[in-house]
Design a protein around this ligand. Structure first.
Ligand code: SPD
Length: 453
């Protein structure tokens, strides 16, 4: 060959979109292509870019295979670079053509590091070998002639990507669950840092390792600020975490849960059983139905607590962030009842919070709306908000989210259930807001202008 390596620049056309969007499948195909050509695989890193596209590289002892896909065009650009005589990159080319089901491919081959273009190469190499040999232990000293067996490490990443920021988790490969329901793409990944993770349309909903923060805070804060909830409604919450935590309270008589997507429940029952542990509880009344329609048809003053445990305000969750819906929730609350809504992160989506608070104030009154925060590392930026709104009691008085709580009862409850986030201090402290968050949730006339630097 008289060159250091062969480099084939490849284009694949007419590939099915779902293949070019599937990180584990692409990783497996690239690794298989390398192995077909008898290359030694050292490492692989693959990322998904939302909404479309996968990029990745397989490092082989003999150089590398790299890919970028554009699923929306059925197109993949691939580099196949091999050094030495033993690995034929054209074997990789044919293997990938088949795996990606490409209708056609095109390619050009370049020789890299042609000997004639690298003056003095042979002499330099000989000198380096000699110099190196002096420093190596001899076989007589116990050195092995065998090169150590390279260890292949998979490196596959799930990336949740917003417009301007992204966060990624490394996972083991093929999702444990993957179903396109009529509403959304439901997946469960086995991640290294956060245990199993449920994602909907590629957005992280919950993970085994930090789910307790969200579920304890969305349930126990309103349960203890109300003090006598008998009937609660959860809109969304198909993973079962909110229902599980509500049902820890012995005084609750019924939890109605209305989840739009049966596949979410199915995925979580199978793969996240600790979160989905309350589905067999006789006090739970599960409806696979549209939460908006359920609330619309529910009797007035029929619930003490309504929790909107929704996805982000895109796709199926969008209608749960509207004034019309919140007005209906207010109608079905009993006097003294509480509504809680997950309301995104103040760094991440301040505009969503602003809208939620403007609606809540219009419905419940300025003083009956409060924001509290929790630290949820797997949600974008980690700081997450919940919105608390209280309906007037029959005598016209109002409850307060933290001034009247029974701190001892809370700490007893937290200890009894081995809660890991919620306790009486957290209950009160969660309502203490940094200045920039307070500015988002108060009416614009009450905002404090930022100091000039
Ligand atoms: N960006 C994530 C927001 C998800 C809120 N709902 C999570 C559901 C957990 N039960």
């Amino acid at each position: 060959m008289n060159a250091l390596g062969r480099h084939i620049l490849v284009e694949y056309f007419g590939c099915p979109t779902d293949i070019l969007n599937d990180v584990p499948l692409i990783e497996e195909s690239m690794v298989a292509a390398a192995k077909d050509a008898d290359a030694t695989v050292i490492n692989a890193t693959f990322h998904h870019f939302s909404p479309f596209g996968v990029s990745g590289v397989v490092v082989i002892q003999e150089s590398h295979l790299a890919i970028h896909t554009w699923p929306e065009y059925g197109y993949a650009a691939v580099d196949l670079f091999t050094c030495g005589e033993t690995v034929d990159p054209w074997i990789c080319y044919r293997s990938l053509l088949k795996s990606f089901q490409a209708t056609s491919g095109s390619s050009i081959e370049m020789l890299r590091g042609q000997m004639g273009l690298i003056p003095g190469t042979q002499q330099m190499l000989a000198e380096q070998r000699e110099e190196h040999a002096d420093k190596l232990p001899s076989v007589a000293q116990g050195a092995s002639r065998e090169a150590p067996e390279p260890r292949y490490e998979r490196n596959i990443w799930f990336t949740e990507r917003g417009e301007d920021l992204a966060h990624s988790f490394r996972h083991v490969g093929q999702p444990l669950y993957k179903e396109q329901s009529e509403h959304q793409l439901v997946e469960v990944f086995d991640t290294y840092a956060w245990g199993k993770a449920l994602t909907l349309d590629r957005l992280v909903m919950t993970t085994e390792k930090d789910e307790y923060v969200y579920h304890e805070m969305i349930t126990h804060v309103p349960m203890f600020s109300h003090g006598a909830v008998k009937r609660a409604l959860v809109i969304g919450g198909g993973d079962g975490g909110a229902a599980r935590d509500l049902l820890r309270h012995p005084g609750i008589e019924e939890v109605v849960m209305v989840e739009i997507d049966g596949k979410v429940v199915e995925a979580c029952k199978t793969h996240l059983p600790d979160i989905a542990s309350a589905f067999d509880n006789p006090k739970l009344d599960l409806h696979i139905d549209d939460g908006i329609a359920y609330v619309h048809n529910a009797a007035s003053a029929s619930f003490d607590l309504v929790i909107v445990d929704s996805t982000d305000p895109v796709g199926p969750g969008e209608g749960l962030f509207t004034e019309a819906f919140y007005r209906e929730v207010h109608r079905i609350l009993r006097p003294g009842g509480i509504q809680i809504t997950q309301s995104e992160g103040p760094h991440y989506a301040p505009e969503v919070m602003e809208e939620v608070y403007a609606c809540f104030r219009g419905i419940y009154g300025d003083d009956q709306v409060h924001c509290y925060l929790a630290h949820i590392p797997t949600y974008p930026t980690g700081m997450w908000s919940f919105s608390w709104a209280g309906k007037a009691r029959e005598d016209g008085s109002h409850g307060h989210p933290w001034k009247d709580i029974d701190a001892e009862a809370i700490d007893r409850f937290a200890a009894q259930h081995k809660l890991r986030y919620y306790n009486a201090d957290i209950h009160r402290g969660a309502f203490a807001l940094p200045g920039f968050v307070r500015n988002i949730v108060v009416p614009s006339k009450d905002r404090v202008e930022a100091q000039e630097a």
